[in-house]
Design a protein around this ligand. Structure first.
Ligand SMILES: C[S@@+](CC[C@H](N)C(=O)[O-])C[C@H]1O[C@@H](n2cnc3c(N)ncnc32)[C@H](O)[C@@H]1O
Length: 222
């Protein structure tokens, strides 16, 4: 019974994530039609945009890391504040789709293909990241093999998160980060430990969305 309910909820969420109307209503930007099994957003996207919007002003230089096929976080923050966004993704196919959606919105957003910050030499003020965090074993039978870079977080879901935190520590300028994860997939204490174990990072806030099973971690690198 519980498994059946879980499947129904999962199916319903997928329909929501694929709805252009819903995406437009939530984020205030336009969305091109989807191809294949793609989606416009997930629940972490909603909570991240809500929290990161408090950090942006027109002059803020924002990296939308792991921008995905819609550049949804970067577009939503730009639309709200006019901030200066660079959209980054490791997956070239995904980034080509993001570029098309950025053009569709006539947004002044640059795109960069990069593994984390490897091809991002310039300073920035804020990085917003909805990383792949689904533990491999949980995603294999449900999620797309072709889009594995979008969900696969390794054994405990935190492989990419830990590499991201390491990469933040190597930046030579002060910055703030907003990192979002679905708490049904990853362990809160393990994330606190990962942040706390990196001297260069200071946790500013860790807040749970009032309704969604999503937690946002805000950290500063001095
Ligand atoms: C969960 S999706 C988030 C997509 C979109 N930002 C959103 O919130 O709906 C994670 C994205 O991060 C990208 N990604 C995964 N590993 C990455 C890495 N090491 N460097 C840059 N991007 C990465 C994936 O290709 C994917 O587009």
């Amino acid at each position: 019974m519980a498994a059946k309910l879980g499947s129904v909820l999962w199916w319903g969420a997928q329909q929501l994530y694929r709805s252009r109307w819903c995406a437009h209503w939530l984020f205030g930007v336009d969305f091109l039609p989807l191809e294949g099994t793609d989606h416009h957003f997930d629940i972490t996207t909603i909570a991240l945009v809500r929290r990161a919007a408090r950090e942006v002003a027109p002059e803020t230089r924002v990296i939308d890391l792991g921008t995905g096929s819609r550049a949804v976080i970067g577009l939503a923050l730009w639309k709200r504040s006019g901030c200066r966004v660079t959209a980054v993704d490791v997956n070239s196919d995904v980034l080509a789709l993001a570029r098309a959606n950025i053009e569709h919105n006539r947004a002044p957003i640059r795109t960069v293909e990069s593994e984390l910050f490897e091809n991002v030499p310039e300073d920035f003020d804020l990085v917003v990241f909805n990383p792949p965090y689904v533990p491999t074993a949980q995603g294999l039978d449900r999620l797309s093999e072709a889009r594995r870079s979008q969900w696969d977080g390794g054994l405990d879901g935190l492989d990419v998160v830990r590499r991201f935190l390491d990469a933040l520590c190597t930046r030579t300028h002060p910055l703030r980060c907003c990192l979002g994860v679905n708490v049904l997939h990853v362990n809160h204490d393990a994330i606190l430990e990962a942040i706390g174990g990196r001297e260069a990072l200071a946790l500013v806030a860790s807040s749970r969305h009032p309704v969604l099973p999503v937690r946002i971690y805000v950290c500063d690198k001095a």
